[in-house]
Ligand binder design. Sequence first.
Ligand code: PMP
Length: 452
Amino acid sequence: MSTMEEQSLKEELLAMDRRHLWHHMSPHNDHPVIFAEGQGSWVTDVEGNRYLDGMSGLWCVNVGHGREEIALRAFEQMKTIAYTPLMQSHLPAIRLAEKLSGWIGGPEYRIFFSNSGSEANEVAFKIARQYHHQNGEPTRHKFISRHRAYHGNSMGALAATGQAQRKRKYEPLGMGFQHVPPPYCYRCPFGQSPESCRLECARAIEEAIVWEGAETVAGVIMEPAITGGGVIVPPSGYLPAIREICDKHGVLLIIDEVITGFGRSGERLGHHNYGITADIVTMAKGLTSAYAPLSATAVRAELYEAFRGAGDDTHFRHVNTFGGNPVSCAVALQNLEILEREGLVERAAELGEGLRLRLAGLAEHPHVGDLRFFGFIAGIELVEDRASKEPASADKVMKVLSFCRSRGVILGKNGDTVPGYANIVTAAPPFVTTEAELDLIAGTLREALESL
Ligand code: PMP
């Protein structure tokens, strides 16, 4: 195709896009890039421009783009049987549930399949409430979450989310969700430094439980490290302290592994980084590397037993048509096989370290307030001024991201363009990224910052 033909095709597609498509999370006057192909860590737009996919889509295409063996597995499964509801059973769901239990490790879990991270969290909330009901504590219905956290777009998952700008105009949301400050060491909400820290952030969760009345609290939900809300990595003692607090008060610990799971943290799951066991684990994104929609809620076998009554009233009354679709489960199995065969969990840990070393030089830049890393995730917190820590303007953050994109590197930012929310630039590339591609990310980011 000639350049002119390409240009007119793009104009035509953009006009159709504007006429028919409603984009996610975007002002109407945004100019979308129309992507056409992907291979490895790279994506190509309809004009043939190539970009390094430094965010793996939305933190999800972990095994990289263009994996033919996943496509073939989906094709085979569609030919064999494309659908069975999960009131019945099918081979890919059985095999995947078994495999997931192995990935989580520790005690026995039962796996409930849905389609998205939001749904996996809704399922976790419903299971937690019903469990307490059937376990003789029917007043336990509240959930504690953290400010800045994101747990999904539906009315319960959004209620668990701790970011006002995502909730405004959609309230009232699900009831019974309380928020406490996050373990945000760079801007410690309790005014502490690493030397004076007594894990006040963990104690805030205990205080919320006590002041709400432990007999009313069903669960605590958290990511191992807050990802989309700003790459906020807790001190090493935080999660073990939360585990103890939950045990002490009979509260279930729900770990949201939607982003951190399947190698992104450098371990199989993000809570493994802290050596704790979860009561409920929610997973999506990297479960299929986004080749098909699928999510899972893993629940400790003891909880599952509380749903085993003889009557019609004790089982979990929750169904979704597509959750655990055989094609999605087959895709997930192939994806996990790739992660295992190619050692990509270990590779993600190495790449994370490689990215850390390459970005370390940015620490002294006048607009870099803090550099944070969790497995193969980087968060670069931009500020106007290092001394005052005033968050960089949305405009500056957009300039950095646009510069990188113009050089063919896609990076992300957390949240909306609200000052103080969106000043953290993020990177979470596919696990097949090469050393040279890490150099490209770090070099481009450095130039982008220098251009400010
Ligand atoms: N939990 C976390 C931590 C997430 O980052 C997301 C999505 N980015 C969700 C839940 C919701 O997942 P989904 O978009 O698949 O509903």
